[in-house]
Every structure is written in C-alpha cells, then in structure tokens.
Design a protein around this ligand. Sequence first.
Ligand SMILES: Cc1cc2nc3c(=O)[nH]c(=O)nc-3n(C[C@H](O)[C@H](O)[C@H](O)COP(=O)(O)OP(=O)(O)OC[C@H]3O[C@@H](n4cnc5c(N)ncnc54)[C@H](O)[C@@H]3O)c2cc1C
Ligand SMILES: NC(=O)c1ccc[n+]([C@@H]2O[C@H](COP(=O)([O-])OP(=O)(O)OC[C@H]3O[C@@H](n4cnc5c(N)ncnc54)[C@H](O)[C@@H]3O)[C@@H](O)[C@H]2O)c1
Length: 491
Amino acid sequence: MREVDVVVIGAGPVGENVADRAKAGGLDVVIVERELVGGECSYWACVPSKTLLRSAAALRAAQRVPGAAEAVTGRLDVAAVFRRRNEWVSDWSDAGGEEWLRGAGIGLERGHARLAGLRRVDVERADGTTVELAARHAVVIATGTDAAIPDLPGLADARPWTSREATSSPEAPGRLAIIGGGVVAVEMATAYAGFGSEVTVLARSGLLGGMEPFAGEAVADGLRELGASVHMAARLASVSRDDRDQVVIEVEGGDPVVADEVLVATGRRPRTADLGLETVGLEPGDWLDVDDTLLVAGAPAGEAGWLYAVGDVNHRALLTHQGKYQGRAAGDVIAARAIGARVDDAPWGVHVATADHEAVPQVVFAEPECASVGLTAEAAEHAGRRVRVIDVPLGSASGAGIHGDGAEGRARLVVDLDRETVIGATFVGPDLAELLHAATIAIVGEVPIGRLWHAVPAFPTVSEIWLRLLEALGRPTADRVIPAGDSGAAA
Ligand SMILES: Cc1cc2nc3c(=O)[nH]c(=O)nc-3n(C[C@H](O)[C@H](O)[C@H](O)COP(=O)(O)OP(=O)(O)OC[C@H]3O[C@@H](n4cnc5c(N)ncnc54)[C@H](O)[C@@H]3O)c2cc1C
Ligand SMILES: NC(=O)c1ccc[n+]([C@@H]2O[C@H](COP(=O)([O-])OP(=O)(O)OC[C@H]3O[C@@H](n4cnc5c(N)ncnc54)[C@H](O)[C@@H]3O)[C@@H](O)[C@H]2O)c1
C-alpha cells in the first residue's frame, strides 16, 4: 500500500488543476488516469471540435469583408482542417501531458481507479496488477462524463457516432444525421456542414435550450444557410442500418432520414458506474452532489470531509473552464484543511466555486457564435428577480459593421432593478465570443450600472455594443444622480 496526501482520480483538465493547486499547497499528490492525460477536452471534445470549426469560420469571416472576399474564392481544404485537428490533439498522444505532470512534481498512476472504502483507492493497471493507494487527506473524483445514448429502438445497434467519433473522424461522411439540439449537435452540424456533408439535425424541442431563445433561432437559420436541414420538433421512432450500410431513422409523421452516419448528441452521463462508490455508501452511476467547496454531500461512510467531486462529474456546469475554476478552489481548500489553515468559504471566497451559481460563461461556436453568461430573462423571472431586459441589434455598433458586412445579430442584457447590476448577458452574431468576458466581469464584480457608463468601449470596436445597451437602458436622470441643492452650480 502506497500512502500519499491526495489521490486525484481522472487527469482531465479538471483533475490536473486540482492536483496542481494541492501540490502548490505543499501536498504530495498522485493522479490516476486510465486513458489519456488531458482528458476528454483535449482529445475528443473542446480542442478537436474547435479546430474542426475554426477554418470554415475564418473563411466566412473573410467573405464578409469586400476586398478580402475577392481574395478567398477557393473552397475549404477539408483534408488540411483534419490535419490541423490532428496536430492540436498531438495525434492522440499524451506525452506532453505526462511531461507536464512530471515537471509539476505530481505522481501519475496509469489504470482504472476505484474507491475501496475510507480514503482508499485501488488502481487496476493494464497488466492486471493492482496498486493500492491510501490518501492521508483527500480523494478527488474528477472522472468526467460519457455521451448518453437514449433508449431509442435500434439506435445502439446502428453503430452511432458519439462526440468521440464526431471529433476524431479522419474524414467527413457524405451524409450526417444528428440527434439532439444542444451544444454538441449544433457545433458538429456547423463543422460538418462546412465540410460539405449533407447534414440533418433532428432536435426534439428547438436548439440550444439553455440559452435565450433568439440564440437557437439564429443558429437554426445559420445552419440552414450552410445547407443543413433542421427539424425543431422531431419525434423519432427507430433507427437501423440497412443492407447498404446506410442509417435509416424513422421519424413520426415524416419521411425517414437516410444518412451514412448518425451522431447522438443528447447529453452526458457521469463516469461513476464502475468507481467503487458503493464502498463509501454512494450510489454507482449517480452524479455526485457537492457543496461549494466541492466536498461530496451526504457524508460518505465513516468520516466526513475527505471525498471531493470536481468538474463534469458533479453536474454543476459541464464546461472545461468552469471545472478548472472548481479545481483551483478544491486543490486550495484541500491544502488549507490539511494544515488546519482558515477556510475561506464565504461566497466569492478563495475556497468556493460561487460563480457556478451566478456567472457561468459559455460560447457556442456555431454560425453565428452564441455567447452567454449569468441568467437568461426567463431564468431570472423564475428566480423571482425584478428585471429589465435590454435588446439591441448588433448592427447598431459601427465597429460591428466595419468588422464585417451584414453584421446581423443581437445583444441582450438582463438587469436586476433592485441591485442595479447586470445579472445576465447574451451576444449572438459573427465573431462575438470575445465580448463575453466583459459581461462576466460585470456580473461577478456586481458592477453598478452607473459605474458601467465609465467603462468606455473604444471606437470603432464591436464592444461599442455595450454603449448601445446602456443607452437603451437609459442614462440616469439628473434628479437621481445629483441630490437637490448639490448641483455644483457654484463652481
Ligand atoms: C464535443 C464536445 C465539445 C466540447 N467543447 C467544449 C468547449 O468548447 N468549451 C468547454 O468549456 N467545454 C467543452 N466541452 C465540455 C468539456 O469537454 C468538459 O466540460 C470537460 O472535459 C470536463 O473535464 P473533466 O476533467 O471534468 O472530465 P474529462 O475531460 O472527461 O476527464 C476525465 C478523465 O478521467 C478519466 N477517468 C474516468 N474514470 C476513471 C477511472 N475510474 N480511473 C482513472 N481515470 C478515469 C478519463 O479517462 C478522463 O481522462 C465539450 C464537450 C464535448 C463532448
Ligand atoms: N462550446 C461549448 O462550450 C461546448 C461544446 C460542446 C459541449 N459542451 C458541453 O457538453 C455538454 C454536453 O453537450 P450535449 O450537446 O451532449 O448536451 P446538451 O445538454 O447541451 O443537449 C442535449 C440535447 O439533446 C436533446 N435530448 C436529450 N435527450 C434526448 C432524447 N432522448 N431524444 C432526443 N433528444 C434528446 C435535448 O433536448 C438537447 O437538445 C453540454 O452540457 C455542454 O455544456 C460545451
């Protein structure tokens, strides 16, 4: 049995961050990985999907600018896009990740980890041997998620693609059907439509359900412009492969959809089924509920305060950046608790992931881009907040027009009228992703609207959309800003 301070299960982006912070806090850390150091994000999710999307997006951006448009008359070089994707995923080698761990002084055990009771982890190596680890202070579960496959007749036998095949395919199929209307569905539809595949999206209730409705509507229009067929209320009856190896999807009340491949993009399930959760009184296969310091709720068997769950597996926000944020808090709080230091767990303290509740930023790299943070108008109203919703068209900022012709899109702020702060923001339009961080800062910093007027966007940048939003909200009138009798008139 090997004793260490902390065992982290899963070397995805989140596990790496936990390990890094715990190590920086002076603890001895071992991380366990059964596939590739770097996790889903680096090899089958964020990185390959964004590289698959970027080239066509750059081409479309150039085509929106006369002068540049005339210079880019050729077609997308699809083979070059796949080659660039392969470079970004290092041809699915994690040598770089392994080297980073070594440099950071974090131990690596390769194999499948399972909890084996209180602060114990067994690692089954590929050669069948088992390494027993005992953690003095904490065990951290950062095992991520797998694609969820719905129980649709015939689907499992039709060799469906999941996000893994969609992001690692060596080529674009002639026809690609996509089941789902969430982020994976629209991004992969955008990528493959850009490659020239005949794409059919079968969503059951619109696109991008968690965002403002105008985001999903704009993306549906964008996909159709790219040549995709988008069904917003598809009821699927069954899926099969015929004798020509085609996928046939029977749709209730409509014609069957026939494709070469079918991508299932209907959400995720936690990787907790084979993790030994039963040895600590938790239910295998469940998401792991945590408090804001990322401690697993429900006091696992024997002793509270040693089991953490960080990243996708806790279901708070299935995003790399948000999981890494949790990972920094978790690594630091583990180190603080280990030496009996003060735990800063008040909201927005260093040891808590408060932003998970208030300000989760997300960019969907579709055509157009959709970027959002905080609450949608509907969510704010459900939460009982008294809000004002401000919408402005993207074209109202001349910077957007100069950036590219026909700058169609929309920006929305959700303003809390009682606190006079921004609590939600959404930007939909070409190349708008980089606008998002300003909104995240406004929300996290609870910047008063009055102060936002002093944050002047440079002319003529796309950020001038912020000024248009404030103007639409209305500048405070003199009687609200300057108390009567204190007008400064004496000066
Ligand atoms: C197609 C796609 C595109 C995405 N794009 C984005 C994006 O652009 N931006 C964004 O923020 N998010 C994106 N996401 C989400 C992002 O991939 C996840 O939020 C992120 O990977 C979660 O990180 P994690 O470390 O929690 O889990 P993972 O990245 O899944 O890593 C978990 C690791 O744990 C290992 N593991 C699991 N079980 C065990 C075990 N028992 N023993 C040992 N090791 C184990 C796994 O092998 C894996 O390496 C995307 C997701 C998909 C599917
Ligand atoms: N750019 C990004 O930030 C990015 C990109 C990709 C993925 N992600 C993350 O990965 C996670 C997973 O993405 P996803 O698209 O798989 O999930 P999702 O939750 O975003 O969308 C799931 C979609 O599948 C539909 N669906 C669910 N069950 C269904 C069923 N039985 N039949 C038909 N449709 C069904 C839902 O209505 C929804 O449209 C997301 O939470 C997202 O945060 C992020």
